[in-house]
Structures are given as structure tokens and as C-alpha cells.
Design a protein around this ligand. Structure first.
Ligand code: NAD
Ligand code: FES
Length: 279
């Protein structure tokens, strides 16, 4: 059992949970993730390890409530437990050795960017983070990212920071020159747009693919993606890949496969919550 020791609401549907997992906290590297199961029979949910505290034996998870299972995880309070936390899984991020890295985070993808930006900064790399949200309350982790370097915050509706998508701010940085690598995590259309943008500039671009995962060990095939025409498994070969080689259209199609079932589960959860309130 893994008790929740801290909880913070970061945006209307994103929650930060600090969870006891001492062994994982000792060995995890930036870019790696865990698969969690809240209780018996619960769905297995892959989550990036956003931070660790090896002394305290804790890991930090940032969870966006989008389906029934993530909504239940986001509802966890301090003192409640997650039954299973398996990991660390996946490959560590390949970090540049010198130069200027731009870390681009879209929405909750910013949580995945944070450990990458911190580790780059720790190694002496210049880091600029470009983070975006629909409006002010959806921009997360700005203060934390400032400890790694400059931050450009963007909002789609212009309610905070620079108006527009993260790609517009990124283009200005690319035009200014001197960018050696881009790390981008967020919705698939954002990662696709970032990869298309950086291609003509010849800037290496790493994206983190949120493929559907089941076992997380390369056996079920659920997370298969096509990279440079070859099949790869996001759970063991990734989750990070060269953005210029990713078949984003296929990934987007595969992510919609279970949408009707996800909606049914969410409707059922809503019905349960209504019943509990009535009782
Ligand atoms: P969102 O849809 O609100 O978008 C966040 C930001 O991304 C926007 O503010 C904008 O700046 C940028 N963006 C969005 N679409 C774009 C486009 N077409 N072109 C350029 N920029 C664009 O984000 P959200 O609601 O927080 O959703 C987060 C998504 O990220 C979910 O779909 C989730 O599954 C995914 N996600 C991915 C990972 C991963 O590892 N890749 C991790 C967590 C979440
Ligand atoms: Fe099953 Fe990757 S999650 S192969």
C-alpha cells in the first residue's frame, strides 16, 4: 500500500499527489514513469514521476482527471492509499550535454517537462521553458520551472502571459537561433505541431508519447507506436522518441479506440456519485 502524504490542486482538473514509494524514489531517472492501480480490479494508469525525494521515500505524481479512473485518483486525500505502484518503467530521457534546451509543456504535459528541465539545469544546460494552458488557471508549475531557467507562459485566450499557443513562442526562440534541443510534452496535436515547426530548423526534438498502456512491460502490445516506419513499444522503448520520426496520425487514432468505453465508465462514476449524494 502507498499512502498519499501530500495533495495539491494545481488546476481545475490536475492534482499533485506525493506518494510513499521508497524503492522507486531511490532509483528513478527523469523521463521514467509508474503504472498505478488504486485498488483491487482498478484500471492500470501510467503516470510520469514528476519528482522524487529519496530521503523521504516519496514520489510526486501529477494526475489529470479525464476518465473514471483518473477522476478517482484525483479524489484521493492525504492518508488514503494507492494499492499498487509499479516502476520505474521506461527509458530515461536522453539529455543534451551542452547548449540551450527549450522545454515545451502543454497543459498537464508541463508536469512531464518539469523533471527534464530540472535535470538539464542541474547539468549546467541553459533551459528555457515554454508552457501553455487554455487560460490562466490551466497554466501549472511556472514557479517550479523558474528554478531551472527562463519561463514563457502562454494562454490560448490571452488571460495570462503571452497570448496564443506554445508553438508561437517557440517559433520566436527558434528564429532567434542558438536552440540545440527541444523537449515537448502535451496533447498529440501540440507535439505534432512542435515537431513540424522544429524540422526545418534542424533542431533535435524529443516528445513523450501518451500511448494506451496495459502491462507496461512490452508484452501486451497496447502501447505500440510507429517511429520512422518501425513498430516500437512506448512502455519499454520510450515513452520518449524523436518527434521527427513519430507517426502522430496513427497515435491519435489509437488513442480514440476506447473512447466510448471511457465515456460509459465516466457516466457510471457520475451516477454512483449522484446516488451517494442522494443517500
Ligand atoms: P490542452 O488541450 O489544454 O492544451 C495545452 C496547450 O497545448 C495549449 O494551451 C496550447 O499552448 C498547446 N496546444 C494545444 N493544441 C495545440 C496545437 N494544435 N498546436 C500547438 N499547440 C497546441 O491540454 P490539456 O487539456 O492539459 O491536455 C493535455 C493532453 O496532454 C491530454 O490529451 C493528455 O492525454 C496529454 N498528456 C500527454 C502526456 C505525454 O506524455 N505526452 C502526458 C500527460 C498528458
Ligand atoms: Fe503493453 Fe507496452 S503497455 S506492450
Amino acid at each position: 500500500m502507498h499512502p498519499v502524504v501530500e495533495r495539491e490542486q494545481l488546476s481545475p482538473n490536475v492534482v499533485r499527489l506525493v506518494v510513499e514509494a521508497p524503492r522507486i524514489a531511490r532509483v528513478r531517472k527523469p523521463g521514467q514513469f509508474v503504472i498505478v492501480r488504486k485498488g483491487p480490479g482498478a484500471e492500470r494508469i501510467p503516470l510520469t514521476i514528476a519528482d522524487i525525494d529519496p530521503q523521504a521515500g516519496t514520489i510526486t505524481l501529477m494526475i489529470q482527471a479525464i476518465g473514471a479512473s483518473t477522476t478517482e485518483l484525483c479524489a484521493l486525500q492525504v492518508g488514503e492509499t494507492i494499492q499498487d505502484v509499479a516502476g520505474p518503467l521506461g527509458q530515461a530521457t536522453e539529455l543534451i550535454e551542452h547548449g540551450h534546451a527549450v522545454c515545451v509543456g502543454g497543459g498537464v504535459g508541463t508536469a512531464v517537462i518539469l523533471p527534464i528541465a530540472r535535470e538539464l539545469a542541474r547539468r549546467g544546460i541553459r533551459v528555457t521553458s515554454v508552457i501553455g494552458g487554455r487560460s490562466r488557471e490551466w497554466v501549472i508549475l511556472e514557479d517550479e520551472l523558474r528554478t531551472a531557467g527562463d519561463v514563457v507562459a502562454c494562454t490560448d485566450d490571452g488571460s495570462y502571459g503571452r497570448p496564443g499557443f506554445v508553438t508561437e513562442a517557440l517559433k520566436d526562440l527558434l528564429d532567434a537561433g542558438g536552440v540545440d534541443a527541444v523537449y515537448a510534452v502535451g496533447p498529440v496535436p501540440m507535439m505534432k505541431a512542435v515537431s513540424s515547426l522544429t524540422l526545418p530548423y534542424g533542431v533535435a526534438t524529443t516528445v513523450s508519447l501518451n500511448a494506451i498502456m496495459v502491462d507496461g512491460t512490452g508484452m501486451c502490445g497496447g502501447c505500440r507506436v510507429t517511429i520512422g516506419g518501425e513498430t516500437k513499444y512506448a512502455c519499454v522503448d520510450g515513452p520518449e522518441f524523436d518527434g521527427h520520426q513519430v507517426n502522430f496520425g496513427e497515435l491519435a487514432d489509437r488513442l480514440t479506440t476506447y473512447r466510448p468505453f471511457e465515456q460509459q465508465a465516466l457516466d457510471k462514476l457520475g451516477a454512483c456519485a449522484t446516488t451517494e449524494v442522494k443517500a
